[in-house]
Write a protein that binds this ligand. Structure first.
Ligand SMILES: [Zn+2]
Length: 211
């Protein structure tokens, strides 16, 4: 029997019975070293159901955990305090403040989205043939893993975290809204025949000059 490296297909040796041509799968030392190297590039992360203690930049101790249930998953720009989720924005500030105010005690659990890891499909090898029919996308299983970070902090600190995130999220919203409006205006201009009054021309929006 032949001993073959599953990774690089290197022939590693033979083993009895010699007349059996079946392959024994193994891994050569070079491939083992390479695998270890790849694995070491990733910091260990907790498995579902486990918690991993971390020290945050601010010195507070918290823990990482895998958010599996829908109720635990956070969107970018969201945080959860004592189990209630909030999207950080100046429009939700009052509601958030009320929630914080309704809690008894001095410090509370705050949960933030820490990171998301997802598997990337390896690209098909070789050139794509033009005559190949377009592949129908199979609905993919969600392979991504969401890590949350939970720590305890005093009320005023949690409010600061919310405000800081709100400023950043509102900025992003502004940029996206601006871009969407610009595209909309461009589409309107293309659609409107020359010399004709577009239905928008009497409205306030149409009076804003396009840069
Ligand atoms: Zn190998």
């Amino acid at each position: 029997m032949k001993i073959i490296c599953v990774r690089c297909k290197t022939f590693l040796g033979e083993q009895e019975p010699f007349d059996n041509l079946a392959e024994i799968k193994a891994k050569c030392s070079a491939c083992i070293t390479k695998d270890k190297e790849v694995a070491s590039r990733f910091t260990p992360k907790p498995k579902p159901g486990q918690k991993q203690e971390v020290t945050l930049d601010n010195g507070l101790k918290g823990f990482l955990w895998v958010a599996q249930d829908k109720k635990d998953k956070l969107f970018i720009g969201e945080l959860a305090v004592s189990g209630k989720k909030f999207h950080c924005s100046k429009y939700r500030r009052q509601e958030f403040q009320n929630h914080l105010g309704s809690l008894t005690g001095e410090d509370f659990e705050i949960t933030l989205l820490h990171s998301i890891t997802c598997k990337l499909d390896s690209l098909p090898k070789g050139r794509k043939k033009k005559q190949d029919p377009p592949k129908t996308e199979k609905p993919k299983k969600d392979d991504s893993i969401q890590y949350n970070c939970t720590f305890r902090a005093p009320r005023h600190y949690i409010q600061l975290v919310f405000d800081d995130m709100a400023v950043r999220m509102d900025k992003v919203t502004e940029i996206l809204a601006e871009a969407a409006f610009k595209t909309y205006k461009e589409e309107q201009q293309k659609a409107a025949p020359k010399g004709d009054l577009s239905p928008m021309s009497g409205s306030k929006e149409a009076d804003i000059p396009i840069p």
